[in-house]
Design a protein. Sequence first.
Length: 128
Amino acid sequence: MTKEIIQTDKAPQAIGTYSQAVKVGNTVYLSGQIPLVPATMTIIDGDISAQITQVFENLKAVAEAAGGDLSDIVKLNVFLTDLSHFPIVNEIMGRYFQAPYPARAAIGVAALPKDAGVEMDGIMQLKA
């Protein structure tokens, strides 16, 4: 199978040696998104709620560029520098996802790129 590189200007550009997403068959591997505003490539102003919302918006843009949407995500990984923010992730995630929800992991980390408080990546399975 061949791989297709997914790229959109509606999400932050890669800040390293990676692609926004890679599609292989009907599976799309979404790279980690931090709360960068695509137009400015700076972390969104505001609290952790604003950061989490921006990350979901970035994931949504990449998912759409790959030919799907957030409902196609089957596995979501959430990285937080403060695990006490996990209830906020749940609350905001409820605005973007409906049951059946994707499988998910939440991982506490010491630091994230650009001092972000949250990063998420995922795997999508597109409808055939």
